[in-house]
Design a protein around this ligand. Sequence first.
Ligand SMILES: [Fe+2]
Length: 160
Amino acid sequence: MKINDQMAALVNAQVNEEFHAAHLYLAMSFQMANEGYDGFAHWFLQQYHEEIEHALEMAQYLQARSGQPQLTGVAEMPQHFGTPLELFEAAYKHECHVTEQIHKIYKHALDTSDYATSSFFKKYIDEQVEEEDSVLAIIDHLRMAGDKGIYLVNAQLGKR
Ligand SMILES: [Fe+2]
């Protein structure tokens, strides 16, 4: 059954959100690499790849339901986001925003009895719980480590 226009627009907006998140994390990765934090740069680069994967999966879902993804422009990203702790805090805030968007899509899918879409997005609801939890854990480690221990956290994240 073809996806309805309103639902398709919501899924399409999320495809673009995922690409936006990817670029945000890539810009953060570039900043960290530039400052010699290879571990943090690696972590943010992995996030970039994950977000691209999400965007493509959602676009493929839209296509499978006879919808057509439409890409919007990529916003210009800042070159400097702050300290490593501030970067992870910004990443956490962004993940919470993504969670809200996914919840809206899921709710709309249920409200309109689009069970295929609610089923597809279920895994992203679970995934967001994990995402938020893992970023919060890094924020905790950075706070505990302070300035002196920051390289330990950096080294640990390089092993991800
Ligand atoms: Fe994502």
